[in-house]
Design a binder for this molecule. Structure first.
Ligand SMILES: NC(=O)c1ccc[n+]([C@@H]2O[C@H](COP(=O)([O-])OP(=O)(O)OC[C@H]3O[C@@H](n4cnc5c(N)ncnc54)[C@H](OP(=O)(O)O)[C@@H]3O)[C@@H](O)[C@H]2O)c1
Length: 211
């Protein structure tokens, strides 16, 4: 797993702004996508032709499990997905205060590290959290592409994440070990504060400049 262009079986937990957009793009790139949601019978989700089922059924045969649920639902979503040992688990969540005034955890831990404790044996990656979902598949800003920052402790899982980040049109930027989610989650909070609290909308993204 992790070879360039390889088609993956992906369980997307949550079919909202993030999961719906990522799942639809990955489907269009030829990956097999199955959504896991609390009530698979509920309609009106934008899930394309993908199967919509329980977290457990979606995750059972998946190479990659993507956590795209509101932070308060994250622990339950993982608990409901069965044994995810050795799977790549991509955490997209941000542990937001309900009024978007800030993060409810951080500094000495992160959502991604908590996810890792809830899913022992999974190869956890933090990704897709530092830019609004409206920019997935739409991340070109003039001549520049917004970055898709990611971190994790398993190199093969990082190779998989890199491919999936490229698939949604972001420039992948590896920022190191999983504990650097402590830095990516506040960066996401800055994106959200600009977008929502400061009323600037969703047309911005971060880019790491190098020379
Ligand atoms: N929105 C963004 O632009 C953005 C960008 C980056 C990161 N994030 C983060 O990504 C996560 C998802 O955000 P979102 O905007 O996509 O949220 P959303 O639009 O509210 O969608 C959440 C989805 O999660 C589902 N869900 C709830 N509990 C679940 C469970 N236990 N198992 C499986 N699915 C469950 C919901 O299903 P029902 O509809 O049936 O309840 C819904 O499909 C959040 O942590 C957010 O902070 C958001």
């Amino acid at each position: 797993m992790g070879d360039m262009g390889e088609k993956l079986q992906i369980a997307v937990l949550g079919a909202g702004n993030v999961g719906g957009a990522l799942g639809r793009i990955w489907l269009s790139k030829g990956h097999k996508v199955t959504f896991g949601v609390p009530d698979p019978q509920k309609t009106n989700r934008k899930t394309g032709n993908a199967e919509v089922t329980t977290n457990k059924d979606a995750s059972a045969d998946a190479d990659v499990v993507v956590l795209s649920v509101p932070w308060p639902a994250a622990h339950e979503a993982i608990r409901n997905s069965g044994d995810v040992t050795n799977k790549v688990l991509i955490d997209c969540t941000n542990p937001l205060a309900p009024d978007l005034s800030g993060l409810v955890i951080g500094g000495t831990t992160s959502a991604a590290e908590m996810v890792a404790t809830w899913a022992p044996g999974a190869r956890v990656i933090k990704a897709f959290n530092t830019i609004g979902a409206a920019n997935y598949g739409n991340a070109q800003f003039g001549l520049q592409r917004a970055d898709g920052f990611y971190c994790g402790d398993d190199q093969q899982a990082k190779n998989v994440a890199k491919q999936l980040i490229e698939d949604v049109g972001l420039d992948p930027v590896d920022v190191g070990p999983l504990k650097n989610a402590r830095l990516l989650e506040p960066l996401a909070m800055l994106w959200i504060d600009l977008a929502v609290n400061q009323g600037q909308g969703t047309n911005h993204g971060f880019k790491l400049l190098r020379r």
